[in-house]
Design a protein around this ligand. Sequence first.
Ligand code: SF4
Length: 718
Amino acid sequence: MHRRGIRHLTFQGGEPLLHPAIELVISDARSAGMRVGLITNGWLLPQHVEPMANAGLGLLFVSIDSHSMDEHERNRGLPGLGARIREGLAGARRLGITTLASVAVNRLVDFERLPSLLLDLGFEGVNFSYPRRNEGSSPLAFGVENPLTDYSDAELVAVFEAIKAMKRRVPVVNPWAGVEEMERRVRGEDERFFCVGGYKYFCLDWNLDIWRCEAWPEPLGSVFDLDHIPDQRDPCRACMISCYRDGSVLMHAGIVMDDAATALANVKAGGAISRLFRRTFYISLAADAEQLWLIARLRRRPSRPSFPPLVPGSVKRRSPACIILVPDERGLVPVFGIPAVRRLVILARRANLAPLRLLGRVDLVRDVLGDLLCSDAFVQAGDGSDLGEGVRELGLAPGTKVVVIKANQVIDQTLADLVTGTLEQGPSRCIAEDKGAGDGLLYLSDVDELGPLLSALWLDGSAPPPVLSNAEPMRGSCGLPCTVDERGAKACERRLFASLASRVKSDDSFLSRHVNRHISRFVSKRIVHTPLTANHITLINGAIGLAGGFFLSLGGYWQGLIGALLFLLCVIMDGADGEVARLKLQESSFGQSLDYAVDNVVHVAVFAGIAIGLYRGTHNGLYLLALLLLLAGFGLCALVVYRHILKRTPDELKRSPLAIRLMATLLTNRDFAYLVLAFAVIGRLNWFLWATALGTYLFAAVLWLAAISDRSSSSHPA
Ligand code: SF4
């Protein structure tokens, strides 16, 4: 599915939480690079919400049938459902999952009173399913015979007006233009948007057959043939299924731009480009703008998958659980400004250790973890004498593999991932130790062995119990794991930094690896102890780059030299935000996007600065022409790169011809900042400007030809 370009997958039922391996399926989809949503009635939500969050769930819909919870429970036949939904939603929001009510339009709903119930339950927004009139199926949204959904045309128009009015009180996912499209349909007026079912939106059933939509009479084929199933682009407006029809309104602008980009990249003009100037394009753009709140919420989920991809036959596999033992307050010692125990919780989450529980004197650390864990993650076990009771309270199933770690120990992401991988595939017992401190991380294979191990760990200096005598040793890099104590965390911080420095990014260029990184790490080491966040550093760096562009635009030798030096400083320091983010555990997809955007704004400012500076110094209009050429070249490159690099998955890119891979590497390479400085030193920035202006066209042409030759060789296999 990912190969075909599918980036969002929503599980629906029946009741998907009845699936015995729902977390693994979510994790598998997430690992394949898709964002995952799920629609549930909420009955089993409290016990599933944390594992699903760890598995990578980003979007949660809970079905609501009425503005009255009593009515909803009666309609569902589930007394007590409201309390479970409330508890599950609280957990979901704490874990960063976006929560939406899924309301099928029906006569149990009073649209005036619905927002209060939704906001009180803790929903962030609501999505409406429109009543369906022409499909024979049993769910609430279907059926002309169902008295709850048997609306006259006039009543339906009133419902659509009520949905639009509700947008003032609660975020509604159905875009205004989508609701109006359905109103036009009901009134018998022309609809504006064709459905994307079978092109950008599919239905996958329990036989793994892929359908154009739920209402289509026959499947398109098996999902395993999705690569070869042609796009269904014949116009269809046969139904009112909201997810398809509203989705079509939202996706229209993107599809028009994609078609136009393809036409331009293939040197074709005509229909695809003219659609950019039609009214529907702008209505769709407005609908997208209306939904920016939802897009922003969906992007806040970490992109790390929780589990490795699902292996056939392994659906019963469980992720290792994690117990963080809290015998004293040493877990509060800050490491790069973050309490040691908080770092552990964040890393355990990222390494998919679930469930995650704190055991011991948990009141000591509750304040610094309250926003990360729900109350049942804290198991009080006073003075260490009642640890066995605490273990029973954890309720771990026999055979569960458990990672035990003390709250004052320090690990990094690499070690956390190594632990998970080792426990999932490797020996039944292993121990990771820091020989220097004599107080290591311990891992067990079975909950039955936990009691003696925890008791031995409670007191410092106790030798590991005999149960670990045959455990396989593991070692993290650079002296990790290590232990913080009352004297502070300096030694652990040094080891974390050394571990960071030992990792070389595979896409670092030669100069970046051998020059820039040394300087950026020197700076990172000093600023990591300040309150500056990684995003602050990105913005400061951007300001330095823009200052470089400004000096370049002044014209003159020394101004050009200062501008080039500032730009080089910006490029060198580009690694510092990532380094600080990793040390302070502040990595985020927003941070990545900000970094990418700032880099590109700085590039445009520097190139424009060079051209303007040369023009001011010489009053030669050719430099302004060079700037226009350059900007057009950038635009052309962006189109070709989007079409032939960004649309490929990382795997597809790896399998691409050398020329395409080389072009992809050049895109992230910023070593040209050294060239800018060299040309500034010899007073020949004009050479650089012309070479770059023409180089953009050469780049686009080479990439385009490589992509054409790749396409023709794959369509004519030997
Ligand atoms: S309009 Fe309805 S029937 Fe037609 S493709 Fe879309 S969802 Fe399917």
